[in-house]
Write a protein that binds this ligand. Structure first.
Ligand SMILES: O=C(COP(=O)(O)O)NO
Length: 250
């Protein structure tokens, strides 16, 4: 399995940063004291991936924020899994809600991307999560299970998958899910894996939470039994705060 820690914390830098700000952020991350049982991954914008990989110590891996659905070639604007591996990238975030709801990627397209990346040896951070109106309509589990099924139908194995539950209404809003709200969905996801994949996959797969996680709310969330880490957006752009979040999960 890519990464052997019991816990997993990713920093999704999204479309943020400059050469100078990222050099400073990496310097802060390199000097942070990080708990050992946590796999730590940061996902810079593509243009800075190689630079960040070269500057980071081995303690932190890099992830892409997306990858192409197959081999490279005449696909203008796309980045292939082969190219990501060529620069030492070990992970890719797929199915992020911003790619689902802004770019328009559907479940099957995302599932095929995940299958290709896994078959080529990348780890996949597989994102799921409901819209506010879906939660208010009582459809949270239906939405998450449908998104999960689109991965399960095609992935070759679950060994290198981390599931990130990111309620869309909590992303970038400051409206973090309560520990109880997050735990309820994480338990349901683990139960879905047990029923639809296997007991072993259900117990081994790390299920992480994302959506307005910060240095103040991470400890309460991390106490929940089925929260195995975080996928952090805004707070991951601040090195010391991201280190606080990493160290809160053990
Ligand atoms: O999208 C997110 C979460 O973003 P925020 O922490 O900024 O809510 N992670 O992938």
């Amino acid at each position: 399995m890519a990464g052997s820690g019991k816990f997993f914390v990713g920093g999704n830098w999204k479309c943020n940063g400059t050469k100078d700000s990222i050099t400073k952020l990496v310097s802060d991350l390199n000097s942070a004291k990080l708990e050992t049982d946590v796999d730590v991954v940061v996902a810079p914008p593509f243009v800075y991936l190689d630079k960040v990989k070269a500057l980071l110590t081995d303690r932190i891996e890099v992830s892409a924020q997306n990858s192409w659905i197959g081999k490279g070639g005449a696909f203008t604007g796309e980045i292939s899994v082969e190219q990501l591996k060529d620069i030492g990238c070990k992970w890719v975030i797929l199915g992020h809600s911003e790619r689902r709801h802004i770019i328009g990627e559907d479940d099957q397209f995302i599932g095929k991307k995940a299958a290709y990346a896994l078959n080529e040896g990348l780890g996949v951070i597989a994102c799921i999560g409901e819209l506010l109106e879906e939660r208010e309509a009582g459809k949270t589990f239906d939405v998450c299970f449908k998104q999960l099924k689109a991965f399960a139908d095609v992935v070759p194995s679950w060994d290198n998958i981390v599931i990130a539950y990111e309620p869309v209404w909590a992303i970038g809003t400051g409206k973090v899910a309560t520990p109880q709200q997050a735990q309820e969905v994480h338990v349901a996801v683990r139960d879905w894996l047990k029923k639809n994949v296997s007991e072993e996959v259900a117990s081994k797969t790390r299920i992480i939470y994302g959506g307005s996680v910060n240095g103040s709310n991470c400890a309460e969330l991390a106490k929940q039994e089925d929260i195995d880490g975080f996928l952090v957006g805004g707070a991951s752009l601040k090195g010391p705060e991201f280190a606080t979040i990493v160290n809160s999960v053990t």
